[in-house]
Design a protein around this ligand. Structure first.
Ligand code: HSE
Length: 407
């Protein structure tokens, strides 16, 4: 029998306990081990909960119990998750986490300790919720040179943008609903400002590049400035707006960014809606692959955690090589990235479009009835060129980067 401790009895932690119970027989058959939850660590009391007797409040109980072989970290945030995860690895326990903030900030060190201790630090659930993406990248695609990873990696923002797009809902209304459904982070700023996506694309890039990616160096823009007017234009242009985490690798450098993108129906990520996530991976031999599924929520995320618990259970005495080295990945500056640009100008198109085209070149223009403004989508150019051109116009109301849209 393998004893497991679950740290954090919130949405994910309680989901993990549920998955281990519901699929108990299958898990036993596939791993050859009975997996039993011995402790649940949480600051709170859970009177009447069927697992009330397993609740402990003192981490040292778990750390010191030599019979606990696998620890699930589902607390979220970096503190005290980092200290607890590190202590568990140093105590010779396997650690499984769904916590992208922890993996992005301290993954390099925790992976190194896991290797030194012949244990495993596994984090399938940290990116894409229930979508298998870490293991495909590190195992199934191990022989590929990964050229690009682009994804919709945050369920909360995808849910919000979908509601704004399809139902004209206000941002706050959609966010509240996403929180009620258990998709959002403890602090929703991490979702809506793009920080969560930033950590996830940094983890995927580090896995692909096999080098540490400093997520703080990744250009990150969230969705709080996206308005219903932007979606009205998007509809007029036959497009939608999604929050992208993207990384392109070439000649040893990685171009990584997080920002809202206006994309057309031909883009593989266009039809990814609601809480769903999708990750598009392009390898040098395999071509383009898509991974799609539930990117957040209790049971999908817990399912990915349970798969990692099973992986650890099958390798209790050996370390599965995976992750990245402590060598730093060089990131290209955002100003070198190339995009098209959706730009809203105040004033009338008939007066100003000639000036806009004189600066930006041929554009696709759109107008909405009753508004003293117009919008254009430019051809492709570098970010630094866009900034230089935009600086000459004092009347820009909005800019959203755009993918493939035929001008
Ligand atoms: N808050 C995250 C999301 C949870 O909405 O995608 C899953 O990582």
């Amino acid at each position: 029998m393998i004893q497991v401790a679950v740290m954090g009895y919130g949405t994910i932690g309680s989901g993990v306990v549920e998955v281990l119970e519901t699929n108990r027989e299958r898990i036993r058959r596939k791993t050859g081990h009975e997996i039993a939850v011995r402790y649940i660590l949480d600051l709170r009391e859970f009177p009447g909960d069927p697992h009330e007797a397993l609740i402990v409040h003192d981490f040292s109980v778990i750390e010191k119990d030599e019979e606990v072989g696998i620890v699930v970290e589902a607390m979220g945030g970096v503190n005290p998750a980092y200290a607890f995860a590190k202590a568990c690895l140093l105590a010779g326990k396997h650690v499984v986490t769904s916590n992208k903030a922890l993996v992005a900030a301290h993954g390099t060190e925790l992976l190194r300790i896991a290797g030194e201790k012949h244990r495993n630090f596994l984090f399938e659930a940290s990116v894409g919720g229930g979508i298998p993406i870490i293991r495909p990248l590190t195992q199934a695609l191990a022989g590929e040179e990964i050229l690009e990873i682009s994804g919709i990696l945050n369920g909360t923002t995808n849910y919000i943008l979908t509601k704004m797009d399809r139902e004209g809902q206000a941002f706050e209304e959609a966010l509240t609903k996403a929180q009620e459904l258990g998709y959002a982070e403890r602090n929703p700023e991490a979702d809506v400002e793009g920080y969560d996506t930033c950590r996830k694309i940094s983890i995927l890039t580090a896995l692909a590049a096999e080098r540490e990616v400093n997520y703080e160096e990744v250009s990150t823009e969230g969705i709080t400035h996206i308005t219903d007017t932007d979606f009205r234009y998007a509809k007029e242009l036959g497009t939608s707006i999604k929050l992208f985490g993207s990384s392109r690798m070439e000649n040893g450098r990685a171009s990584v960014f997080v920002c809202p993108m206006m994309i057309g129906p031909d883009h593989p990520l266009y039809s990814v809606s609601d809480v769903y996530n999708a990750v598009m991976v392009r390898g040098n031999m395999v071509g383009t692959l898509m991974f799609y599924g539930s990117g957040a929520g209790k049971l999908p995320t817990a399912s990915a955690v349970a798969a990692d618990i099973m992986e650890a259970a099958c390798h209790m005495e050996d370390h599965i090589p995976m992750g990245w080295s402590d060598e730093k990945q060089v990131l290209s500056p955002m100003k070198e990235q190339r995009f098209r640009y959706f730009i809203r100008f105040s004033g009338s198109a008939s007066e100003k479009l000639p000036d806009v085209e004189a600066a930006f070149g041929k554009v696709r223009a759109a107008e909405l009835p009753g508004l003293d403004e117009f919008a254009v989508v430019t051809g492709e150019m570098t970010e630094s060129r866009y900034q230089k051109l935009a600086a000459a116009f004092g009347d820009i109301r909005q800019m959203i980067r755009a993918g493939e849209i035929i001008c």
